[in-house]
Ligand binder design. Structure first.
Ligand code: FES
Length: 330
């Protein structure tokens, strides 16, 4: 670990606000009197939050006095944990993960954007808007590369979308945390591949072991519903089932997996509905989307992932950012 020193420019003093002081007094009640030092990390964290993202030397002494600790013990904690900033940070404090998974997925490109837009690591921009620091794994490796800005994670970054993100923050625009591509959470890029059988959710899945047949009371048998129309029961949601084809035109369907959010399983389910071509999806109405969304138990994913827009582009012979990537892989 690199040497971490206190900032050369320190304020004259530090005091917790009245609210934070009350919080701190309540906090130490959780510990036996001789173990008050156990509260050092939450107290330093609160002091950092109050002090616009960094802990000053007077704040360290304040915490030490509050907990009856030698100053050096509190300095040790604050200089050991990189979660404590020892110098002022920007309004948007970027922590860039440079650990192996993020590095393999392009963290160097993200770092280059930090240098270009923000400047030298550890320095606050003249307008006070940004500063950045390379840190170790932030635990979101599955969405690498990623950064943390203040309390939010921004994932699946590229040099382009990250630079745009910083520009939007600079312009005071609202930005959306989480994956910055069409991916939902940490699902595979082409959509969920497991637990996607609608029968798992509509009560139709076969039970693990058939319970021993019990004599069915006659009255109950009488109440059984008339033979179900399976096409209707399958809908499992509101809306209108899209019209399907009996078979793919010309005996060959489109590769629906070129739509971001459609994996092999989903493609199979769509084909089961008679959906083989991009132009079929491109023509779905809002009612159709709602029906398919319910059928696949997607909770709005079709709209979130812009299937219609993607299918329209692909049906016209164009490519999307995602389809280009899948073509390259193929
Ligand atoms: S390696 Fe970057 S979040 Fe884990």
């Amino acid at each position: 670990m690199s040497v971490r020193r206190l900032d050369a420019h320190q304020p004259a003093n530090f005091r917790l606000t009245a609210d934070n002081l009350k919080w701190a007094r309540d906090l130490v009640k959780n510990y036996p009197k001789e173990r008050r030092a156990s509260a050092v990390i939450p107290l330093l964290w609160r002091a950092q939050e109050q002090n616009e993202g960094w802990v000053s030397e007077p704040a360290l002494r304040y915490v030490a006095d509050f907990l009856d600790m030698p100053y050096i013990r509190v300095y040790e904690v604050a200089t050991f944990y990189t979660m404590f900033n020892l110098s002022p940070v920007g309004k948007h404090y970027v922590q860039l993960c440079g650990t192996t998974p993020c590095w393999l997925r392009g963290a160097d490109d993200i770092k280059a954007v930090c240098r270009k837009v923000i400047g030298e690591q550890g320095k606050v921009t003249d307008d006070g808007m940004f500063s950045w620091l390379e840190v170790e794994c932030l635990g979101a490796c599955v969405n690498a590369p990623m950064v943390q800005i203040n309390k939010d994670y921004y994932e699946d970054l590229t040099a382009e979308n990250f630079e745009q993100l910083l520009m939007d923050l600079k312009a005071g625009k609202k930005v959306k945390p989480g994956p910055q591509n069409t991916r939902h959470s940490s699902e595979p890029e082409e959509g969920a591949l497991t637990l996607i059988d609608p029968a798992l959710y509509n009560g139709k899945a076969a039970p693990a072991a058939k319970p021993k047949a019990a004599a069915r009371p006659k009255a109950a048998a009488k109440k059984a519903p008339a033979k179900a129309d399976t096409a209707k029961v399958d809908t499992a949601g509101a809306g209108t089932k899209p019209r399907g084809l009996k078979a793919a035109r010309g005996g060959r369907g489109d590769d629906l997996k070129k739509i971001s959010g459609v994996g092999p399983k989903i493609e199979g389910l769509l084909q089961g509905l008679g959906i083989f071509h991009f132009d079929q999806i491109a023509k779905w109405t809002a009612d159709n989307v709602s029906w398919v969304d319910g059928y696949l138990k997607f909770k709005g994913r079709i709209a979130r992932e812009n299937w219609i827009e993607q299918a329209t582009t692909l049906a016209a012979g164009g490519e999307t950012e995602f389809s280009k990537r899948t073509s390259k892989k193929g």
